[in-house]
Design a protein around this ligand. Structure first.
Ligand SMILES: Cc1cc2nc3c(=O)[nH]c(=O)nc-3n(C[C@H](O)[C@H](O)[C@H](O)COP(=O)(O)O)c2cc1C
Length: 210
C-alpha cells in the first residue's frame, strides 16, 4: 500500500511534519509512505525577502507532485501552511488541476487526511484543515481524522500551546517562523500517519474480498 504525503512549505515546518507522518504510517506493516512537494509559485526574490532561500533548499530535492501522484496512491495526506486562514495558494493551485480526475472518479474510495502549520495558535489552522478536507469530499474520498481521544495527554499541557486536533495534525511555527516542531506535535503527527495507514490497510484488505 502506498500513502502519498503531498505538502507545500516555504520555511520547512511542513516538511518536518511530513517526515513524522511518514514515520507513523510506516509503523503499519506493508505500508510505504512517500513524500512529494507541490510546485512553488512565489518568485525567488520574494522568498529571499521572507528569509527562506536556504530553508526551501532543505527539501527541494523531493519529487514534485503531479496528477499521477494522487491517482497512484491508496491514501493521500495533504499538508499546507495556513495563509489567511486557508491553505496556501500553492497547494490550491495544485488541487485545482483535478477537475478531470473528478469527472473520471479517479480518486473515489481513497483515504484522505490533512495537516497544516500556522504561526499562531488561533491563526486559522482549523479552517485551513476544513478547507483541505473539503477537497476529499468532492473527490468521493474517505476522510481520516486525528483520533483526538488518543492525544488527550499531548494536547492538555498547562500553558503550553500545541498544534493538532481532530481535523488534522498541525504545529505552531511562531511569529518569526522560529519554533521547532515540539515532541507533542511530532507525536500527534505520527499518530495521524499510523491511523491513516491502519484504515487504508483495512480498506484495501476488505475491498479484495468484495
Ligand atoms: C501570506 C501569508 C499569510 C499567512 N497567514 C497566516 C494566518 O492566517 N494565520 C497564521 O497563524 N499564520 C499565517 N501565516 C504564517 C504561516 O502559517 C507560516 O509562515 C507557515 O505555517 C510556516 O510553514 P512552513 O515552514 O511550512 O512554510 C501566513 C504567512 C503568509 C506568508
Amino acid at each position: 500500500m502506498n500513502i502519498h504525503i503531498i505538502f507545500h512549505s516555504i520555511h520547512g515546518h511542513g516538511y518536518a511534519m511530513a517526515k513524522e507522518i511518514k514515520k507513523g504510517a510506516e509503523m503499519i506493516e506493508g505500508v510505504k509512505a512517500n513524500i512529494f512537494r507541490v510546485p512553488e509559485t512565489i518568485s525567488a526574490e520574494i522568498i529571499e525577502t521572507m528569509g527562506a532561500t536556504d530553508k526551501i533548499k532543505t527539501f527541494s530535492h523531493l519529487p514534485l507532485a503531479t496528477i499521477e501522484t494522487m491517482v497512484e496512491a491508496d491514501a493521500i495526506i495533504l499538508g499546507a501552511p495556513t495563509y489567511f486562514g486557508t491553505p496556501s495558494g500553492q497547494m490550491v493551485a495544485y488541487l485545482n488541476q483535478f477537475g478531470e480526475e473528478w469527472v473520471k472518479g479517479a480518486l473515489v474510495g481513497k483515504v484522505g487526511s490533512s495537516f497544516t502549520t500556522s504561526s499562531e495558535q488561533n491563526g486559522g489552522a482549523e479552517t485551513c484543515l476544513r478547507n483541505l478536507n473539503t477537497f476529499f469530499y468532492h473527490q468521493g474520498m474517505i476522510i481520516a481524522s486525528v483520533p483526538t481521544a488518543l492525544t488527550y495527554e499531548e494536547m492538555h499541557i498547562e500553558h503550553k500551546p500545541v498544534g493538532g486536533y481532530s481535523y488534522g495534525a498541525s504545529m505552531i511555527t511562531g511569529g518569526m517562523n522560529d519554533y521547532e516542531i515540539s515532541e507533542e506535535e511530532r507525536k500527534i503527527a505520527r499518530l495521524q500517519g499510523k491511523h491513516v495507514a491502519k484504515i487504508t490497510k483495512a480498506l484495501w484488505l476488505g475491498m479484495k474480498s468484495i
